[in-house]
Design a protein around this ligand. Sequence first.
Ligand SMILES: NC(=O)c1ccc[n+]([C@@H]2O[C@H](COP(=O)([O-])OP(=O)(O)OC[C@H]3O[C@@H](n4cnc5c(N)ncnc54)[C@H](OP(=O)(O)O)[C@@H]3O)[C@@H](O)[C@H]2O)c1
Length: 244
Amino acid sequence: MKFAVLGGTGLIGSKIVKALTAAGHEALPHARSTGVDLLTGAGLAPALAGADAVVDATQSPTADDASADFFRVATGNLLTAAEHAGVRHAVLVSIVGVDQVPDLGYYRAKVVQEELYKTGPVPFSIVRTTQFFEYLAEIISWTGDQNAVRLPPTLLQPVAADDAARTIADIAAGTPLHTIRNVAGPDVIALDDIGRLSLAARGDNRALSTDPTAGPFAVAPDHTLTGQDGALICPTRYGDWLTT
Ligand SMILES: NC(=O)c1ccc[n+]([C@@H]2O[C@H](COP(=O)([O-])OP(=O)(O)OC[C@H]3O[C@@H](n4cnc5c(N)ncnc54)[C@H](OP(=O)(O)O)[C@@H]3O)[C@@H](O)[C@H]2O)c1
């Protein structure tokens, strides 16, 4: 099959391209750096020509309320162009629990994006994944300084991006789900404990304290960000990933 992967140069998009290619498909990465801009539509028609399926792994430039405008325009342009190109399957990479944390503007924006897929012109699959292992260091950095790190005990079930990418690639190569599928890692771990594991693995001696009010993940209600019933569970454990 032939795939166009939008955001195919990013963290998860590049791994999806790799997974699709390893499975014997033709998968082309598209992003502004390759001449495709979803906000203006530039380069989109040639990028989608002949594609059986598109995977949307794009990211908005900000993670706040403005991201809703980005996703509205970018997703609208992508789905319209996909319909014109005769694409038969549109796959969106989204986030587990995204509709259950209304206090986060970025999550509200992803819900807007999901709605465009659900009501759009192309048969769709929405793959919600938990936080990627590769993204956890950034989460930890938001509430840390030179001397200390504060993190809430919010439960996460993070996943290796390579594992998630293989699962997304499998779904993209199948028939449209017309619904949402959750993907998670094998272990539920509180964010403050993730911080302790991560700092120890890096030989980072900063003090880490549990603070139920620290950072954006503090507002996520219990278990909203874990895999939940029916999630596809990927094998790689965070502790093993940290040591490799
Ligand atoms: N990070 C996580 O833990 C996580 C977990 C679950 C779901 N997700 C979802 O996965 C998606 C991708 O996240 P990521 O962390 O892989 O993002 P990322 O590494 O920042 O990559 C974003 C990609 O989007 C492209 N892009 C940005 N603006 C664009 C535009 N106007 N037109 C075309 N391409 C554009 C970027 O390339 P250029 O800059 O060259 O355009 C890049 O290829 C997001 O929607 C996010 O919500 C992420």
